[in-house]
Ligand binder design. Structure first.
Ligand code: SF4
Length: 178
């Protein structure tokens, strides 16, 4: 079975994504989500991810946000850059996470990658698909496209059922207000 590196934004989005990939691929889940604010929320989501992957017996790899050691860095290394992105802050947010996924896939010698960002009906699905495709081509990797949106809530409910944390907002500081 071929390996795939699955960028994983959170446990709730991973449930539907994994259900579509697991019969064909040997999944390694990759945590890289420097958009999530504040630190307490970051840790809650990361812990839920770790516990869910352990529950599913899926291997994990991670890269933590640079700003975690200093809360003020969040503004300079992430949020300021995101709001100045001419394609919008979400585009920046997807791009950085997918670029880092390609870097980690190459480090691990895994040719295929995908992302749980494709699961949520609240995200800009076509932007994510196009960005991932471009990043795959630039890095000589294979982006595996799936569309788990129709089973998104089934996945969210599975995660809630086993008592794992499920977030109330997208992730960045600006999304808290919505
Ligand atoms: S709203 Fe969500 S996708 Fe957009 S920048 Fe914030 S965390 Fe990222």
């Amino acid at each position: 079975m071929q390996k795939i590196l699955l960028h994983t934004c959170c446990a709730p989005c991973s449930a539907s994504t994994i259900s579509l990939l697991q019969e064909q691929y040997d999944i390694v889940s990759f945590w890289y989500n420097p958009n999530i604010y504040p630190l307490q929320e970051y840790e809650l989501r990361k812990k839920a991810w770790q516990e869910y992957m352990q529950f599913l017996k899926i291997r994990i790899t991670e890269k933590n946000a640079q700003w975690l050691s200093n809360d003020e860095l969040y503004e300079s290394v992430w949020l300021d850059k995101a709001v100045r992105c001419d394609k919008g802050r979400c585009y920046f947010c997807y791009e950085k996470r997918l670029e880092e996924t390609a870097i980690r896939a190459k480090e691990l010698g895994i040719l295929n990658f995908s992302t749980t960002l494709l699961a949520s009906p609240y995200q800009k699905h076509e932007d994510i698909q196009q960005l991932a495709q471009n990043i795959a081509e630039l890095n000589g990797l294979n982006f595996v496209y799936i569309d788990p949106r129709k089973i998104f809530y089934t996945g969210v409910n599975q995660v809630k059922k086993i008592g794992l944390y499920s977030q109330k907002y997208c992730g960045c500081k600006l999304s808290i207000r919505k």
